[in-house]
Design a protein around this ligand. Structure first.
Ligand code: PRP
Ligand code: URA
Length: 214
C-alpha cells in the first residue's frame, strides 16, 4: 500500500507503548501523545510545497524558501485534538479547523455534530491534514474526506496514531483506486484487527476517554 506510511521512529514507538499500557494515567497518556504529535507532524509536513523567497544574509542575497501551501488542520473531535500540539508548534501559521464526529455505539456509524472551517475561495494550494488518533472502521475519516471533497478540497492527508486493517481497507476501497490520486495515510502502527465492539486490538482502548478522563 503505497499511500500508507507507517512511522517507526524509536521515540514514537517508545511513547506509543506508554499509551497502550492500561496502567498509564491521563497525564502520562497526554504527554506521550504530545511527543508523538511532533514526529507525525514532521512526516506530514515533509511533502508540503515551498516557493522561493529572497533572503539577505549578513553577507549576500540568496534564494531562500517559504511554505507555499495553505495548510489547514482538521482534528476530528474529540480525540483528534490530542494530535494538534506538534503540528501547531512546528508551523504556527497553520490554521486549525474542527469537525465534531462521534461513533454511534450500536451501529458504529459516524454522527456529525460540528463543523468549522475557514472560507478559502482559491483551493489550489490548500492542503488539509485530518487528525484522528484512531482509525477503526474508518467511518469517521471517510465521512470527513467526503465532506472535504464535496467542498472542492483536492489535497487531503490523514494522520493517525493507530489504524486497524479494516479501516485502512475501507478508506482505500472508497477513495484510493487510482494510486496517483490516492489519499496518503500516516500512522504509527497498523494493528491486528477490530474486536466485536469495533475497538482496535491490541490498540489502547478509547482514546477520547483516556485523554479527557471521561
Ligand atoms: C473515536 C476516535 C475516532 C473514531 C474511530 O471517536 O477518536 O474518531 O472513534 O472510529 P471509526 O474509524 O470506526 O470511525 P469516538 O466516537 O469515540 O468519539 P470521541 O473522540 O469524542 O471520543
Ligand atoms: N475509537 C477509539 O478510541 N478506540 C478504538 O479502539 C476504536 C475507536
Amino acid at each position: 500500500m503505497k499511500n500508507l506510511i507507517i512511522v517507526k521512529h524509536p521515540i514514537a514507538s517508545h511513547n506509543l507503548s506508554i499509551m497502550r499500557d492500561k496502567n498509564t494515567g491521563k497525564i502520562d497518556f497526554i504527554n506521550a501523545l504530545d511527543k508523538i504529535s511532533y514526529i507525525l507532524a514532521a512526516e506530514a509536513y515533509s511533502s508540503i510545497a515551498l516557493e522561493t523567497k529572497p533572503v539577505n544574509t549578513p553577507f549576500k542575497k540568496i534564494n531562500g524558501v517559504r511554505v507555499r501551501d495553505k495548510i489547514v488542520l482538521l482534528p476530528i473531535l474529540r480525540a483528534g485534538l490530542g494530535l494538534t500540539k506538534g503540528f501547531v508548534d512546528l508551523y504556527p501559521e497553520v490554521i486549525t479547523s474542527h469537525i465534531g464526529i462521534y461513533r454511534d455505539e450500536e451501529s458504529l456509524k459516524p454522527v456529525q455534530y460540528y463543523f468549522r472551517f475557514p472560507k478559502i475561495k482559491d483551493k489550489k494550494d490548500l492542503n488539509v491534514i485530518i487528525l484522528d488518533p484512531m482509525i477503526a472502521t474508518g467511518g469517521s475519516v471517510i465521512f470527513t474526506i467526503e465532506y472535504l471533497l464535496n467542498m472542492g478540497v483536492k489535497k487531503i492527508r490523514v494522520v493517525s496514531l493507530l489504524a486497524a486493517p479494516e479501516g485502512i481497507n475501507a478508506i482505500n476501497k472508497r477513495f484510493n483506486k487510482n494510486e496517483k490520486k490516492s489519499i496518503e495515510i500516516i500512522t504509527c502502527s497498523l494493528d491486528e484487527k477490530l474486536n466485536q465492539n469495533g475497538y482496535i486490538v491490541p490498540g489502547l482502548g478509547d482514546a477520547g476517554d483516556r485523554m479527557f478522563g471521561t
